[in-house]
Design a protein around this ligand. Structure first.
Ligand SMILES: [Zn+2]
Length: 296
């Protein structure tokens, strides 16, 4: 048998096999690209914390917060092609561990075009690593943006507008307890007629200020603030946002008692469908610009 194929024939056969496999792979990719595209917003199941991964119809990738540890990486590995080493936007709403830590792993692996955050000062080792990674990214061409209300990023028909902080708060000391949550970035994503409101961990103090402000709050989907803490998601705010769907990013059996019974009750009173990452796992929402659909 060993003389059946000459070495030359073996090389030819090998090359043909590789070409055939490559051909199948390329056609598979062409087929994927030809599929109708939706906006995909995924509130990732990363335990106690926040991490939201957005894929736009033109295949831009945005991540808002990274959760408390490396779990976000296994989620991204499943959602992105294995060769992808690039993300368009990384947003850190505020540098608390349950939003920041996972992004440190993200920044070590992915090259990012824009990093958006609030620029506040925190203590702790992870915060120092964040600053070092920002410097490194900047040297590699990443644009670092300290955002404030009115700023907008836009691609195709998808836009994300910052609603809070109201002013640039770069350098503000967010170390005193309870100061940090209310420095968080609140942003509203729109795609056609659909809209999503991301509220970080802000308390009802910020929510009330937003209600009194001029920005449009009405949204189809609300990412409930601060993992369902009882100090957020006030009735006034729910009335102003008027969402059909609320998503709570929360860890199972967390020690904070999140989400609060009062918040769940308020959401129910307003007739808002509420999904929780501790019960449903990752919550995936599709939008075609007209309607939203939850993928089960
Ligand atoms: Zn949090």
């Amino acid at each position: 048998m060993e003389n059946f194929f000459t070495t030359r024939q073996k090389i030819c056969l090998g090359a043909i096999t590789v070409l055939l496999l490559l051909n199948i792979f390329i056609w598979q990719q062409v087929w994927i690209l030809a599929l109708p595209r939706h906006l995909k917003v995924r509130v990732l199941d990363i335990g106690q914390g926040d991490s939201i991964f957005i894929e736009t119809p033109s295949m831009r990738h945005i991540i808002i917060d990274g959760g408390v540890d490396a779990m976000v990486m296994s989620k991204l590995h499943k959602l992105l092609p294995f060769w992808q080493r690039h993300l368009d936007v990384v947003m850190l709403t505020h540098p608390d561990a349950d939003h920041l830590n996972g992004l440190l792993y993200v920044l070590k692996k992915y090259k990012v075009d824009y990093i958006i955050w609030n620029g506040v000062v925190r203590g702790g080792e992870q915060y120092q690593v964040w600053l070092t990674l920002l410097e490194k990214a900047k040297k590699q061409g990443t644009k670092i943006i300290i955002t404030k209300a009115g700023d907008q990023i836009k691609n195709d028909k998808v836009a994300i507008e910052t609603l809070h902080p109201f002013i640039n708060i770069e350098g503000r000391d967010a170390r005193p307890k309870n100061e940090d949550n209310d420095t968080g970035i609140v942003s509203r994503l729109t795609y056609g007629k659909n809209s999503f409101l991301f509220t970080a961990d802000v308390s009802s103090v910020v929510e009330e200020a937003l209600v009194k402000g001029e920005a449009t709050l009405t949204s189809d989907v609300l990412k409930v603030a601060h993992h369902g803490s009882r100090f957020s998601t006030s009735e006034n705010f729910l009335e102003a946002v008027h969402p059909d769907l609320a998503v709570i990013s929360v860890g199972a059996k967390n020690t904070y008692g999140h989400p609060a019974i009062e918040v769940l009750q308020r959401l129910q009173n307003f007739g808002i469908t509420t999904l929780r990452t501790d019960e449903q796992g990752t919550v995936e929402i599709l939008s075609d610009g007209e309607n939203i659909k939850v993928i089960k």
